[in-house]
Write a protein that binds this ligand. Structure first.
Ligand SMILES: [Zn+2]
Length: 117
């Protein structure tokens, strides 16, 4: 992903509007790109900072909040891909079970003389 693409995702990211695939690409880019991390920090500070202006909490920790948001995103991603892997594994096992069932059935048919090879 290029920096231009990553920059376009900053606002959707802050608003939690990225799909898991986009989120993965975005996170991967952030890990390697200092300038986009800074860009995200600035956007986040402005966006969240403005929303929090009315709060009593004057020493609100925006950078820490962003760090937590990013950690949260990583956790969400890990959960998402774990789920994908689980789904894939279950799907594969189901398919294998089906094949075994069919083979056993075929063997039964062959043994009973229902099918001739
Ligand atoms: Zn970048």
């Amino acid at each position: 992903m290029s920096c231009t693409e990553a920059e376009k995702m900053i606002v959707p990211y802050i608003n939690n509007e990225l799909s898991p695939m986009e989120l993965e690409d975005f996170m991967a880019h952030l890990e390697t790109c200092e300038s986009c991390r800074e860009e995200l920090e600035i956007h986040y500070m402005i966006d969240v900072g403005l929303k929090r202006l009315d709060d009593d909490d004057a020493v609100y920790d925006i950078v820490g909040d962003l760090r937590r948001k990013i950690e949260d995103s990583m956790r969400t991603l890990r959960r998402y891909f774990l789920l994908q892997v689980t789904r894939y594994a279950v799907g594969t096992l189901t398919a294998m079970a089906l094949i075994v069932t069919v083979l056993l059935q075929l063997r039964l048919w062959v043994q009973s003389g229902f099918l001739f090879f």
